[in-house]
Design a protein around this ligand. Structure first.
Ligand SMILES: [Fe+2]
Length: 336
């Protein structure tokens, strides 16, 4: 296996393994080299790319076995409220992200304007929207996601953007670091009526079940493996813009909390902190939700079918969450 830095900045690593391996061979190789792969991931601020593993695209169970190397537990989506049409029929741990049936999930809109003046892809908030870390509306939040390209969209479309929370935090002014120390963001599940868009539109938020309540998360998380601090926040669709987005600051889209989210998110997604992932079949990106954020981009969904598989691990959120039962799972009853 050959591992090299993805960028001179140190964000991201590229691990090249034999692309002719079948799924079972890839899983076995991963197991034999698990420590090296984990070290590469943590050493690269939570972004590890393994290109061209086409053998994984026919074997969801091999992706699940590989995922187990990166967390105590690989989430089984059959045990969550996840709609069944987004779950792989042969592997409950595999979440399908696709515009094809039966998922029918549409990509985000194109930004306005769609390209920068120099022809480049817009990456920075608020020109680019949709930045988030997976399932941050849960306590404890998940650890690592594995994201596999099974069927790509055409080149120059459907990129995934990743922003380095570790370097973004380090580059903040001392005054901003002091200001956000101890502050918490209020994260909300998409579709629960608390997004910036829903609140600005004056929609009445529905009453949420106990398992759907918005959750507090620190704006700065210390990584449980590396010990390094990283920014941790989302924006329009995954924060609570009714009572938040920042606990203790004036709420709503015109409040102090919103102004802070806009300022931090513009900084977090500056081009020097962002990697643009162009996908080819079999590319696997392993990303650590504890220290980076990501965003999906537009593609011609009416002309092309794109299929991605995602797994998510959990079990090591850090000392802050020690002993917490998952807020999103029903408590066991006496009958269990
Ligand atoms: Fe995501």
């Amino acid at each position: 296996m050959h591992i090299e830095p993805l960028t001179p900045s140190g964000f991201g690593a590229l691990a090249k393994i034999d692309p002719t391996l079948h799924g079972a061979g890839i899983a076995a190789f991963g197991k034999a080299n698990a420590a090296a792969l984990r070290d590469a991931l943590h050493g690269a601020n939570g972004l590890l790319i393994l290109p061209g593993l086409v053998g994984l695209c026919r074997t969801p169970d091999a992706l699940v076995r590989l995922s187990r190397l990166f967390g105590d537990e690989v989430e089984d989506y059959r045990e969550t409220p996840m709609a069944r049409n987004h779950i792989h029929r042969d592997a409950g741990e595999v979440f399908i992200v696709s515009n094809a049936a039966p998922s029918n999930r549409q990509p985000p809109a194109r930004p306005t304007p769609p390209r920068l003046a120099d022809g480049g892809l817009p990456v920075s908030f608020p020109h680019r929207r949709g930045w988030h870390t997976d399932q941050s509306y849960r306590r404890p939040p998940p650890d690592i996601s594995l994201f596999l390209c099974v069927r790509p969209a055409p080149r120059d479309q459907a990129q995934t953007l990743y922003a380095d929370g570790t370097r973004a935090y380090a580059a903040l002014s001392d005054a901003m670091k002091a200001r956000i120390a101890g502050l918490e963001g209020l994260h909300a599940k998409p579709g629960t009526g608390r997004s910036e868009t829903a609140i600005r539109a004056g929609e009445t938020p529905p009453v949420l079940s106990p398992l759907e309540q918005p959750q507090r998360q620190p704006l700065v998380r210390r990584h449980p493996v590396t010990g390094r601090p990283a920014l941790f926040l989302c924006e329009a669709g995954q924060m609570d813009w009714l009572e938040g987005p920042i606990v203790g600051l004036s709420p709503g889209p015109e409040g102090e909390g919103a102004a802070l989210v806009y300022e931090l998110m513009a900084h977090f997604t500056r081009p020097e902190f962002v990697h643009v992932q162009e996908w080819a079949e079999g590319d696997l990106v392993i990303y650590d939700n504890r220290c980076l954020i990501h965003a999906a981009t537009w593609f011609e969904a009416d002309r092309h079918e794109r299929v991605m598989w995602r797994t998510t691990t959990r079990g090591n959120p850090g000392a802050l969450y020690a002993g917490e039962a998952p807020n999103w799972r029903p408590a066991p009853t006496n009958d269990d």
